[in-house]
Design a protein. Sequence first.
Length: 297
Amino acid sequence: MSAEIIDGKKVAELVRTRVREDVAEWVGKGNRAPFLKVILVGDDPASRVYIGAKTRACEDVGIETSTEILQDTISAKELKDVIRMYNTDDAVDGILVQLPLPSHLSSHDVIETINHKKDVDGFHPMNVGRLALDQPCFRSCTPAGVMELFKYYSIAVKAKHAVVVGASNIVGSPMATMLSRENSSGKATTTICHKYTRDLTLHTINADILIVAAGQPHLIKAEMVKEGAVVIDVGINRVADETSEKGYKLIGDVDFESVRKKASWITPVPGGVGPMTVAMLMKNTLLAAKQSIYPTD
Ligand code: GUN
């Protein structure tokens, strides 16, 4: 078998086109353009790259954005005061604090300070809790993007055995919630594996749908995958590559070349899940502007 390639770039562009049209309609009705405030603490180069991609996407769809860069020595109180200022600023629809934060700051504490109605990342406990309860909420962008890919390619989730490798708050955990809820896009029997899982292959080999978000280059080899499985690779790992101009290349958590011979569907890295994350952020920011999840009370 040779897997069909899931084209995240193409689907992300379709999502962005839809958001672009909806933003134009929203603004055409006399509303101001949606506004996303990004907060970066410190100067992490990877965070700057991610923020660059988010900023370009905003410009592309007609969402206004600005990034506030704060010193990495900022105190928790000072940072939370900045967030509280944007919480009450009616000109700001979405607030995104880029992670990771410097080690002296608690990301839980900081995320909880964000007004959940502006939490377009879907990380606030109110949104995580509402996701678990199957209530309207901002959903974490990467797992929401994976669900969008299933929808686009008509990949059935219901009654399948989905195995998620990685249990992070950003990807693995909300991914498992989305797959397992008894709603129209879920209903999968879902297993979560993590670094304490004793025999990873025992689980992955039984997966009809295998989603890997472990942050370990080429963790998943062909012998760990069931014939005909749907394989979604969330990993983006930089590895040294002398043949490339940059001196590195991006590879996933899945050994693509061997696994593609066994899977029915597979996402490449880059060009798979990555572009979907940014596209879903655009969707969430427009939703926040329309307040269609949390209407004004
Ligand atoms: N760091 C890595 N991924 C993300 C993300 O999706 N949102 C934020 N805020 N920080 C991140």
